[in-house]
Ligand binder design. Structure first.
Ligand SMILES: NC(=O)c1ccc[n+]([C@@H]2O[C@H](COP(=O)([O-])OP(=O)(O)OC[C@H]3O[C@@H](n4cnc5c(N)ncnc54)[C@H](O)[C@@H]3O)[C@@H](O)[C@H]2O)c1
Length: 414
């Protein structure tokens, strides 16, 4: 069976999933799109040969039409997932919904209740679960090879320029317009840790703040825009170096495609002159944290720590898993597994096993689409690695951690 999709929001994420569909015509087809931005809407409609009557300027218009596809991909912004998901679930669309489900606990609960009530297939785009790296790691942990997991340590190095792009200048810079940082970025990691450990998170505490990207840290002589700035050549966060440098190096996709539809050096300079991405990182209206730690206790007393850092190399996550019979150290591609009985260490490299670890989110985007399409074709959720209740549970852990950070408390996840 070929699964048909409606794409709601033809931005960066909607576009990425649609490209998987285009590359897998025997598995899926995009048959409808809803997107207010004319350029993005026409580009996606053209690429998939979608007739005009199934091209809409908003998800609201698409939702008024009779059901047009087997499934919908909800890839609108964070605060605009709940309404389209509930509306389309009611029409019988199976749903692939971008993370986070919603910026509030209450709305996450509402969404999940509605989806369960409608009885449609449902997956959250927690793409890290679907990476070949994660599947291998999970198999090793579940095999008992390192004994029982006692503790886990996980680092998310966001990357200095990625942090500046998305969380200082970009769409996720303010918690009132998108989500707080842990929800916007690291809900992936909290969900992933729950998946790897295989137990719910029960209690959390957290520290973190917006320490660096503040007005008082602005260097002397800095201008409001990088294009006008005398100290720009010496600034690690220069937007000119970042975006123009990427275009010169032939990089035309994310993040350059986020700041301009005209991906040329001239187009970039125009965007930096007027748009949000040309602003000095010390003169933005950002408020989300630039570093945060979460300490957690899983069911059964297993402990874990998570650390998100904006001022870091742009690198993959690193994880250490401590078991009663062994230890695993992973960097997103390489897994090093030490056996406490023999003292020996085995090294496994996921990319060398024939997996495309360089593809979107280390192959997670493709893995998710493959699993979701399999589930829809079979009418069976087995291929989806987290059902609605587990996805809700990990969102609630994130909300509890943020409460703990703000209140200085230890919070129970419930
Ligand atoms: N799974 C992941 O790893 C991952 C990575 C990045 C972002 N995200 C999440 O994906 C979502 C989308 O992020 P993005 O980077 O693609 O953002 P984006 O801004 O590039 O795309 C969102 C699109 O939604 C469109 N839109 C706005 N109102 C609409 C409406 N009423 N109807 C239809 N479309 C509408 C916008 O015009 C835009 O093109 C966000 O919730 C984000 O947090 C997930």
């Amino acid at each position: 069976m070929t699964t048909t999709f409606a794409v709601l929001g033809a931005g960066d994420r909607g576009g990425a999933y649609a490209r998987w569909v285009a590359a897998n015509p025997d598995r899926a087809r995009v048959v409808a799109v809803a997107e207010p931005n004319e350029y993005r809407r026409s580009a996606l409609a053209r690429a998939h040969g979608i007739p005009a009557e199934r091209v809409f300027s908003s998800w609201q218009e698409l939702a008024e039409a009779p059901r047009l596809a087997d499934a919908a991909i909800v890839a609108t912004q964070d605060s605009e997932h709940v309404a389209p998901a509930i509306s389309l679930a009611g029409k019988g669309y199976h749903l692939l919904v971008e993370k986070p489900l919603a910026p509030s606990e209450e709305r996450c609960r509402t969404l999940v209740a509605a989806v369960r009530e409608a009885g449609v297939l449902f997956a959250v785009c927690h793409v890290l679960r679907y990476r070949p790296y994660t599947r291998l790691l999970k198999r090793i942990v579940d095999s008992g090879r390192i004994g029982a997991v006692v503790s886990v340590q996980h680092l998310e190095p966001v990357g200095w320029w990625h942090h500046a792009h998305a969380f200082v200048r970009g769409n996720w810079r303010r918690s009132d317009r998108a989500s707080f940082m842990l929800l916007a970025k690291s809900c992936h990691d909290i969900d992933w840790l729950r998946h790897i450990v295989g137990r719910p998170i029960e209690r959390v505490s957290s520290f973190g703040s917006l320490t660096h990207f503040r007005r008082e840290n602005r260097p002397d002589g800095a201008a409001d825009r990088c294009l006008d700035c005398a100290v720009e050549p010496d600034c690690p966060y220069s937007a000119v170096r970042l975006y123009a440098g990427m275009v010169r190096a032939g990089r035309t996709g994310w993040p350059v495609s986020v700041i301009t539809d005209e991906v040329t050096e001239a187009g970039v300079r125009l965007a930096l002159r007027d748009g949000p991405y040309g602003r000095c990182v010390y003169a933005c209206d950002n408020d989300v944290v630039d570093h945060q730690v979460v300490a957690m206790e899983f069911a059964g007393g297993i402990t874990g720590t998570f650390q998100m850092v904006g001022s870091s190399p742009h690198a993959d996550r690193r994880t250490q898993i401590f078991g009663t019979r062994g230890f695993i150290d992973g960097d997103g591609d390489r897994l090093s597994i030490q056996d406490f009985v023999t003292g020996e260490t085995e090294q496994l490299t996921v990319s060398s096993l024939g997996n495309d670890a360089a593809a979107g989110h280390g192959g997670g985007d493709a893995g998710l689409m493959d699993a979701f399409t399999t589930a829809v074709a079979a009418g069976d959720p087995a291929a989806i690695l987290s059902g609605p209740l587990e996805s809700l549970e990990t969102h609630l852990a994130v909300f509890a951690a943020e409460r703990a950070r703000l209140r200085g408390t230890v919070e129970r996840v419930s």
